[in-house]
Design a protein around this ligand. Structure first.
Ligand code: 1CP
Length: 354
């Protein structure tokens, strides 16, 4: 089909990029760099085009998504683009009443707390997110050899927003369901796994040449609970896209004790936050995986010399990895000076030129 041709062309154009080579643990001309939340409020050109457009609405306008996704590629020369969207977009697309409130994050009008509430989590059809397919088609045509990373929220992190009704620090209701009604929990994350899998497949079919599963808040769990209550649903997601052969990245915050399990869940690349040095992370994860990370995003508020010193530390710890994608340990903070990010990209490229 026409769409399949688009996908194949996009995947072929990006195939030999430093980013995809590093994900596949092949030799690279330089360590590839991209930043989580590289599009967004740190960029004046982003604030300008977002003026007066609510977050969720901006995700549904293909021209705007294309422009915002390309902004950090043009400005910083990063080695990959990440699709501009949000982890709650597929939930909105199946009719969940939610909004992204400025300065807060996703807020769900009627939280999911009972078995009857599960009926609202119907499967995601590609037609529900036609604007995603359209935006990725436009984007990959513009990106050429620069790979596009698609993404989705992992079942645990999505469940936490649905159950709590918004951002949380303790995940008390989420854990209450997990421990108190394991069957309801399993059915909930099973439905989310199907929705997330479908959302990733849409993005790959449209031309994304890698995918990242964000289980941002999984670090709140002890390893035994992660293995029992969360890992099966995330493994299902990874298995459902395995056939495409595109690299699968798995990331969460505060996951030092979960790194091996997050690799085992089916990732090709494991994202590491700034709390665990990459050489130690590699020992925990074992062979056969590339690593992504892990400069503390707040380091970018320090003078340039300090940023370079801390970057050298990350690169030194990454020296013997099978594959390394340089990134921050979590997203770019909104008040970051964009010039600091541009310099960081140049610096990593220079220091790692082979
Ligand atoms: O109006 C705005 O600008 C709102 C801020 C904003 C933005 C720019 C939100 C609300 N989402 C986004 C875009 C977004 N969300 C991207 C953009 C692509 C890029 O990196 O350039 C991505 C990858 C996400 C994914 C996302 N959304 C995650 C996982 C990544 C992470 O940071 O851990 C999570 C947890 C969310 C939920 C969410 N959406 C928005 C906010 C402020 C939050 C976090 C709320 C909380 O603290 O719980």
């Amino acid at each position: 089909s026409h769409q399949q041709t688009g996908r194949t062309a996009a995947h072929e154009a990006a195939h030999d990029s430093a980013f995809l080579r590093a994900c596949r643990r092949e030799p690279v001309p330089h360590t590839p760099v991209w930043f989580m939340r590289q599009a967004g409020r740190s960029l004046p050109e982003y604030r300008k085009v977002r003026e007066g457009v609510p977050m969720l609405e901006s995700c549904m306008r293909p021209e705007l998504v294309t422009e915002i996704t390309l902004q950090p590629v043009r400005r910083h020369g990063v080695d990959a683009a990440i699709f501009f969207s949000d982890i709650v977009v597929p939930l909105k697309a199946i009719g969940i009443d939610l909004d992204i409130k400025p300065g807060v994050g996703p807020v769900v009008a009627d939280p999911v707390r009972t078995r009857a509430d599960l009926d609202r989590l119907r499967p995601l059809e590609p037609g529900d997110v036609a604007y995603v397919t359209e935006a990725i088609g436009m984007l990959t045509a513009e990106l050429g050899a620069t790979p596009l990373i698609g993404f989705a929220g992992a079942p645990f992190t999505l469940a936490s927003y649905l159950i709590e009704g918004g951002p949380s620090r303790t995940y008390e209701r989420t854990k209450a369901m997990m421990y108190g009604d394991p069957q309801l929990w399993a059915d909930l994350v099973g439905r989310l796994s199907a929705i997330t899998s479908a959302f990733l497949r849409v993005q790959i079919e449209a031309g994304a040449s890698a995918v990242q599963l964000f289980d941002s808040w999984a670090g709140a769990l002890a390893p035994a609970d992660y293995r029992r209550y969360v890992m099966p649903a995330s493994s299902e997601v990874f298995a459902s896209v395995a056939g495409y052969g595109v690299p699968r990245i798995h990331f969460g915050v505060g996951t030092g004790e979960l790194l091996a399990l997050m690799g085992e869940a089916g990732a090709d690349v494991v994202g590491v936050d700034w709390r665990v040095p990459l050489d130690e992370a590699a020992r925990r994860i074992g062979p056969g995986k590339a690593l992504q990370g892990n400069l503390d995003p707040t380091v970018l508020f320090a003078p340039r010399e300090a940023v370079e010193t801390k970057t050298d530390e990350v690169l030194a710890a990454a020296r013997d990895l099978e594959g390394h994608v340089f990134n921050l340990g979590h997203g770019v903070m909104p008040s970051t000076d964009p010039d600091a990010l541009t310099h960081l990209v140049e610096y990593v490229h220079e220091r790692t030129a082979r």
